[in-house]
Ligand binder design. Structure first.
Ligand SMILES: Cc1cc2nc3c(=O)[nH]c(=O)nc-3n(C[C@H](O)[C@H](O)[C@H](O)COP(=O)(O)OP(=O)(O)OC[C@H]3O[C@@H](n4cnc5c(N)ncnc54)[C@H](O)[C@@H]3O)c2cc1C
Length: 269
């Protein structure tokens, strides 16, 4: 069976180091001799789809996902989990991926905790299309721990005189983020409280965004929270071309289900 999808190569690298950024954020630095196969797209929101076998275990030898999808029945296709490329160091042939550690459930986060130096990691990508609009007068970034890698990489690309606000909800721990002086960080720390999908929207509604000129928005995170934010941005009349908004994950959904639901009404932001 053939199709018209572009051939998206599967890249295999190895885990070079592990570093806990906070008790619930783990950075893996990956690279090795196959690093030249990584096709950097240079975007701050660049993301890869890490592949695992259908049982959620890493493959022990290189695979070709495009070929598997062409030749194997769907139940044998790999599971994928999406992660932002936090940074790429071409000189040292390595890149960083930051994993939110959200409990014992899941495929990618538990794998990241348990993997060893030298283990193989395989992924498709990178994909992505957004980068900060330097002509904007004001930048608004909204998200949670899962979008902090993309937000942090974006802040590092802004000009020194950039102005804006970053609103991020975290369960417990604040991450060290470099940002231009004119960008304010506004953390919502949930602590022991239940998750409230309206928390980000409420906080953004409370911001004084009048007289800020052209505002551009990057809002990514939990699906229900993004749905609430969509209404706020609509009320603020943020033009479509200045708004990047999507769900990165959804409460109670494994990524396979979350991605499949994107095609249904409930998955639309
Ligand atoms: C473009 C894009 C970029 C992303 N970048 C990153 C990134 O850099 N770092 C990152 O950590 N995540 C990122 N995500 C989100 C990540 O893909 C999901 O969180 C994914 O579900 C994690 O897979 P898993 O195997 O650990 O858990 P799954 O098997 O998918 O889910 C298991 C359970 O954990 C819950 N869960 C999943 N993620 C979270 C979370 N963040 N907090 C609390 N509960 C959760 C699910 O609802 C489910 O109940 C990104 C997503 C997208 C679409």
């Amino acid at each position: 069976m053939t199709n018209n999808r572009p051939n998206r190569p599967t890249t295999h690298l190895e885990v070079l180091s592990k570093e806990w950024l906070t008790p619930d954020m783990l950075r893996l630095i990956v690279g090795g001799s196959n690093f030249p196969a990584f096709r950097d797209n240079g975007l701050p929101e660049a993301y890869v789809k890490i592949v695992f076998d259908p049982d959620g275990n890493p493959y022990s030898s290189p695979v070709d996902v495009t070929k598997m999808r062409e030749e194997e029945p769907r139940e044998k296709w790999p599971k994928t989990r999406t992660y932002t490329v936090r940074w790429v160091d071409h000189d040292r042939q390595r890149l960083a991926l930051d994993f939110v550690i959200h409990g014992d459930e899941g495929v990618a986060a538990p794998w990241a905790v348990n993997c060893s130096i030298g283990d193989m990691i395989q992924f498709m990508g990178p994909g992505g299309k957004w980068s900060p609009d330097e002509t904007s007068d004001f930048h608004l970034f909204v998200g949670d721990e899962s979008s902090l890698p993309a937000i942090s990489a974006s802040l590092e690309r802004l000009p020194e005189d950039a102005r804006g606000v970053v609103v991020v909800e975290v369960s417990e721990h604040v991450v060290n983020v470099q940002h231009p002086a004119g960008i304010t960080l506004d953390w919502i720390v949930r602590g022991g409280n239940d998750y409230d999908p309206e928390a980000l929207a409420k906080r953004v509604r409370s911001l004084d965004l009048k007289d800020k000129g052209n505002i551009s928005v990057f809002a990514h995170g939990e699906r229900d929270a993004m749905k609430q934010l969509r209404r706020v941005f609509s009320d603020l009349e943020i033009p479509r071309e200045r708004l990047s908004i999507s769900g990165y994950w959804a409460y109670g959904r494994v990524e396979d289900v979350f991605q499949a639901e994107k095609r249904a009404e409930m998955g639309k932001i």
